[in-house]
Design a protein around this ligand. Structure first.
Ligand SMILES: [Zn+2]
Ligand SMILES: [Zn+2]
Length: 251
């Protein structure tokens, strides 16, 4: 019984760490993502062992019949998953693939040969959290959110909510791709900070809408359609509303 509680509280501790590192991760702090991956792997391992221990606590040992149980190795994440499969639990193909991906990345990280594509890491961590949540829910195993509070719960819920996770990723993508250091609001989906300035256009990283920018013939800055008007149809020239004000409202 004590063992079971230890597994669960250690699992939740690892999840908290994974969520904190996920939140800290950024272009500058790639190391934080690395630790998020490691903590999340640890969380999953402990969580699935905890699920196995629900059938019998001794089943988390490779050899539950050993005469010296304290010295026995415990099962791996994959043993635990196989046990749950044998019990009739379903693991979706995608969940399996994501777990394989996480395992490979964890190995690479441990052997210092990893290359991190930040968005791929964020997307996959989100997918794994959502799949785990669904698995727990479907099998009535554990309500993870109940064990979290404050910031941890907020980040967890963002990850569980696919739209919120995509929105956070789109903002990070926009920051990375924009050519002038600024991000823009999207006139297509209406989200803030998701547009990147690419090739004189604003390209939304969430809904892919493209806002064409019109160059003002007078100040040569570029403006969205609603801030620029046609100056000369024949030559396809535009004027921004500031220059237009300047010309027409002069005393
Ligand atoms: Zn958009
Ligand atoms: Zn202008």
């Amino acid at each position: 019984m004590e063992l079971k509680l230890d597994l669960l509280s250690n699992a939740i501790d690892s999840l908290r760490e994974a969520l904190e590192k996920y939140e800290q991760g950024s272009e500058q702090k790639i190391r934080a993502y690395k630790f998020s991956v490691l903590h999340l792997s640890h969380f999953l391992e402990l969580l699935f062992k905890y699920h196995v221990s629900q059938s019998h606590p001794l089943l988390i040992y490779k050899n539950p019949f050993s005469k010296n149980i304290a010295k026995e190795n415990t099962i791996t994440l994959w043993d635990a998953i196989q046990f749950l499969k044998n019990e009739g639990a379903e693991f979706s193909v995608d969940f399996n693939k994501d777990l394989e991906w996480l395992k490979a990345l964890r190995n690479d990280i441990e052997h210092h040969t990893f290359e991190l594509d930040i968005l791929e890491v964020r997307r996959t961590l989100g997918r794994i959290i959502r799949a785990t949540e669904e698995f727990n829910e479907h099998h009535g195993l554990l309500d993870v959110a109940k064990h979290l509070g404050g910031t941890h719960l907020k980040i967890y819920q963002e990850l569980v909510d696919e739209y919120k996770a995509s929105l956070a990723n789109a903002r990070i993508a926009a920051k990375g791709l924009t050519e002038n250091g600024e991000t823009y609001d999207c006139s297509g989906c209406g989200e803030l900070g998701v547009g990147a300035y690419i090739g004189h256009e604003i390209v939304c990283q969430l809904c892919n809408a493209i806002d064409h920018l019109y160059q003002c013939f007078r100040c040569e800055d570029r403006f969205r359609e609603d801030q620029a008007s046609s100056w000369n149809d024949e030559y396809d020239e535009y004027i921004c509303e500031y220059c237009s004000d300047h010309i027409f409202n002069r005393d």
